[in-house]
Design a protein around this ligand. Structure first.
Ligand code: PLP
Length: 388
C-alpha cells in the first residue's frame, strides 16, 4: 500500500485549517462558560459567540441577528424547510413546496416528510441535462399557494451552479420565501445574501476547513420561522440548546478565511480542475462529464464511465492511494445507481459508474498528475471485471 494517501474528496469534508484550530482552542477550557450564565464566565462566552456571529454576518453581508447557529448543514436545511413552510402555511394557508430531486437529502427527504406527514404538497421541478434549474421553470410553477421554494446553489454531486439571484428575484416578486442550500456554494463562491436575493441560506463549516458538527442558517429579518428544536431561548428562540462556543468560533474563522481567500483559492483550483477534466475526457473512452462544463464549482470534477462499477473503481483507487467518491458521501456502499444521475436521464449502465473528484486549496499539480497516471488503467480493469 502506498505510504501517502492523496485526498481528493473535499466535497465530502475538509481538514480543519490549523489557523481555525488555533482560534478554537481557548474556548474548550479557558473561556468555557455557559453564555446564559449571569457571571463573568458566562459573559465572556457570550461575547465570543456574538463576535463569531458578527464575523459570519459581515462575510454574508447581513445583520448578526439574522444568523442562527445550528449543529450542521443538514440541520440548517431541516430548520429552513420545516420552519418556513409551517410558518408560511399558518399565515396564508399556502401548501406547496417547490424543489428538485437533485437537492441534498437534507432538503429532498425533509420535503418528502413534509408531504407524507404534514400535509404539504411537493412539486419536483425539472432541471436541464446539466442539473441546472432554469428560472422560467420556477416562474411558471410559483403561485400564491406556494409556501416555500428551496433550490441549492451548488450541487454536491455534479458541481453545477444554479442562478440563485434570478430565482430569488422571481420568488420575491411573488412574495414567496426562498431558501437555498449553499453548503457547497458558500465554501467556494463570494456569498452576499443581498445580491443572491435569498430569505434563508444554509451553510456548514466542515465544507470550508472548519469543524464538523456546526452550521448556520441565514434568516432574513421578517421571514417567519417556527423553531424545530424547542427549549431555552438560545439563538433568538429559533434553536434551543447550550451553545457550542469553540465550534462557533471555529466556523466564523473558517468562513472568514474562505470568503477572503476565495479568489486566490479559485485561481489555484480552476486550472487544476480543467486539466483533470480535459485529460480524463481525452484518455478514457465512453466517459462523460456530469454537470455543467463551466457553470460549476471551481474545485469540482465529476464523471460517468459507462459499464464501470463505481464502488469497485473507488476501492481500486483507494488501494493506489487516492480517496475519491462516487457522488454524494452519503451513498458510499450503496449499489443503486446515483439518484442524481438517474434524475438527469442517465441509464443504469452509466449512472452506476459515477466518479467525483473534488480538489482542496492545498491540492498540488503533482497529485493530480499522479492521479491521472493511474485512472485510465483502473477504469479499464473495472470494465473487464464487470464483463465477467
Ligand atoms: C454536505 C452537504 C450538506 C450537509 O451538511 P452537513 O454539515 O454534513 O450536515 C447539505 N447540502 C449540501 C449541498 C452538502 O454538500
Amino acid at each position: 500500500m502506498p505510504l501517502t494517501k492523496t485526498y481528493l474528496d473535499y466535497a465530502a469534508t475538509t481538514p480543519v485549517d490549523p489557523r481555525v484550530v488555533e482560534a478554537m482552542l481557548p474556548y474548550f477550557n479557558q473561556t468555557f462558560g455557559n453564555p446564559s450564565s449571569v457571571h463573568a464566565f458566562g459573559q465572556s462566552a457570550e461575547a465570543a459567540r456574538e463576535r463569531a456571529r458578527e464575523t459570519i454576518a459581515q462575510a454574508l453581508n447581513c445583520q448578526p441577528k439574522e444568523i442562527i447557529f445550528t449543529s450542521c448543514g443538514s440541520e440548517s436545511d431541516n430548520l429552513a424547510l420545516r420552519g418556513a413552510a409551517l410558518a408560511r402555511r399558518e399565515k396564508t394557508s399556502a401548501n406547496w413546496i417547490l424543489t428538485t430531486h437533485l437537492e441534498h437529502h437534507a432538503v429532498s427527504h425533509t420535503a418528502a416528510q413534509l408531504e407524507k406527514y404534514y400535509g404539504f404538497q411537493v412539486e419536483w421541478l425539472k432541471t436541464d441535462r446539466y442539473g441546472i434549474i432554469h428560472p422560467e421553470t420556477v416562474e411558471n410553477a410559483i403561485c400564491k399557494n406556494t409556501a416555500l421554494v428551496s433550490l441549492m446553489w451548488a450541487n454536491n454531486e455534479i458541481g453545477s451552479l444554479n442562478s440563485i439571484a434570478e430565482i430569488g428575484a422571481i420568488c420575491r416578486t411573488q412574495g414567496v420565501p426562498f431558501h437555498s442550500d449553499a453548503v457547497q456554494g458558500a465554501a467556494h463562491l463570494p456569498t452576499d445574501v443581498q445580491s443572491l436575493n435569498v430569505d434563508l441560506l444554509s451553510i456548514g463549516a466542515h465544507k470550508f476547513y472548519g469543524p464538523k458538527g456546526i452550521g448556520a442558517l441565514y434568516l432574513r429579518q421578517g421571514t417567519p420561522l417556527i423553531p424545530a428544536q424547542t427549549g431555552g431561548s438560545q439563538e433568538f428562540g429559533y434553536r434551543a440548546g447550550t451553545e457550542n462556543i469553540p465550534y462557533m468560533v471555529g466556523m466564523a474563522e473558517a468562513f472568514r478565511l474562505a470568503q477572503t481567500e476565495h479568489a486566490a483559492r479559485t485561481t489555484h483550483l480552476q486550472p487544476l480542475r480543467d486539466h483533470l477534466i480535459g485529460t480524463i475526457l481525452e484518455e478514457i473512452p465512453e466517459a462523460r462529464l456530469t454537470g455543467h462544463p463551466t457553470e460549476r464549482l471551481p474545485n469540482h470534477a465529476s464523471f460517468a464511465f459507462k459499464d464501470a462499477d463505481a464502488n469497485t473503481l473507488l476501492m481500486m483507487l483507494d488501494l493506489e492511494g487516492f480517496a475519491c467518491s462516487s457522488g454524494s458521501a452519503c451513498k458510499t456502499g450503496d449499489p443503486r445507481p446515483s439518484e442524481v444521475l438517474t434524475a438527469l436521464g442517465m441509464s443504469a449502465d452509466w449512472a452506476l459508474g459515477g466518479l467525483r473528484v473534488t480538489l482542496g486549496k492545498d491540492t498540488t499539480p503533482e497529485e493530480i498528475n499522479a492521479f491521472l497516471a493511474v485512472l485510465p488503467g483502473l477504469v479499464e480493469r473495472v470494465r473487464k471485471i464487470n464483463q465477467r
